[in-house]
Design a binder for this molecule. Sequence first.
Ligand code: NAP
Length: 528
Amino acid sequence: MAAEREHEHVRVAVIGSGFGGLGAAVRLRRTGVTDFVVLERRDAVGGTWHDNTYPGCACDVPSHLYSFSFAPNPDWPRSFSGQEHIRIYLESVADNFGLRQHIRFNSEVELMSWDPEELHWTITTGQGHQYTADFVVNATGPLSDAKIPDVPGIEGFRGKIFHTAQWDHDFDLLGKRVAVIGTGASSIQVVPAIQPMVEKLTLFQRTPAWVMPRADRKISGVERWLHRKVPATRYLRRQLLWGVREMQVSAFAKHPNVLGLIETLASSHMKRAVKDRALRRKLTPGYRIGCKRILLSNNYYPALVKPNTELVASGLKEIRGNTLVAADGTEAEVDAVVFGTGFHVTDMPIAHRIKGADGMTLAEKWSGTMEALRGCSASGFPNFMTVIGPNTGLGNSSMILIIEAQLNYMVDYVKKLETLGGKSGKVALDARPEAVSAWNEHIQDRMSRSVWNTGCDSWYLDANGRNTTVWPGTTAEFRNVTKEVRLEEYEVKRRQPSRGAGGTVNSAVRTARTASTASTAFHAAEEG
Ligand code: NAP
């Protein structure tokens, strides 16, 4: 006989305790909702900032912007903080806002299904707990599941293999021959951090990246004192950082040709460190800057010209014993391989574990192309929203701004459920398919003019070649379009308590506007 699972009913279940999950917990408590849990698969908070501990790991968005508006930190030690400071910041948010009582550590969601009769979610964790929840916030984030390519021969490699997000700190790199695969944001931080300690570093570059200087510096004691004593100074600093990034959006989203100017700056940044013309040719991208994420580093190029570094300008194709073979035939025998090959962003593994109203998983529903209303709600998945959902990503600014905007939406969603259902009555809001389609058509239409769709192959694009990750607007606009749940975009499902068991009634409320007129509102928001 199967062991009986422990069961708990909560009003809200939040999945994940990174920036999104902790932010959701703070906002729920501030709204007066205390009947909620945060399910966290690890034994600590932090999400991607807990997992990524690779040497050199840091954020390329300034800390005074890459932090919650409701939890300012006057003591950031550097303009661009390292992973450990960000992780500690998140621990302090969990402590200072009384969140620990809600967090269930070592609780990995194994399956989550919508019960159309009871109008709630049933969540089972791999550790044997069962929860039911009226509302679920999926805050697992796009950078949570590491991706290692299925390279032929990988299982026969006799050395050490790990992903940047699963760094093995027990493995001593000193004096080893190490290959780093990939030239994304993670790899370009790892390369300069490990180059001085390894005997030989071979970097497999399938596509070169545009790299710009990183204006990183120590925050002086005077600045920190000012930020502590005169809060307006840190507010001003944040506003300046935000404003500059808002002004860049038009170039990325509407006028990619303007970015040619930035390419000149990036090229001279490379030229200053790399004197060898042939090496510069290998490192020069053949696509418009910004199409892939622009990388920031002052020490990446200098590390590439060190005598113990070799750049293989070709992707890893095969592994034969301890020899790595590139697509162009170059071979390198190594002791360890570090995969800086990114994450399952457009094919989030958790989508296979979330079953909606008709029994389909979110992954089946999406079939390779994620879609959600205002980046939050997928049709057929009532009382559920994703933080950093489809088309909410930014290439140039702080994701915390997007997260906080989505949390406004979450608060309004929870409030509307309460208003519509009363405290005891059950009600569910399910995004109308036509509203989801209208929203996504609008996004894709705008995307077609953007730099992200100028022909490069990036992780922003899904298996169907659609850009389902980036938000093609300013953060102010995103905040505006997520400030409230528009009921005309949802079907309201009610379960009348008076009808008793089996008395479920699905009654779509009258809609004030049709989905097509809602789509007109998107344009108004864009222009406003
Ligand atoms: P990524 O940007 O997806 O980069 C993956 C890299 O692996 C790409 O260069 C890709 O090449 C390469 N690759 C894949 N298969 C390969 C193969 N067989 N041979 C050679 N190269 C191969 O992943 P990431 O660097 O982990 O960054 C992911 C995201 O995390 C970033 O864009 C950013 O949003 C975030 N991040 C942020 C920071 C920060 O400072 N805030 C730091 C780290 C990460 P192709 O380009 O050819 O596909």
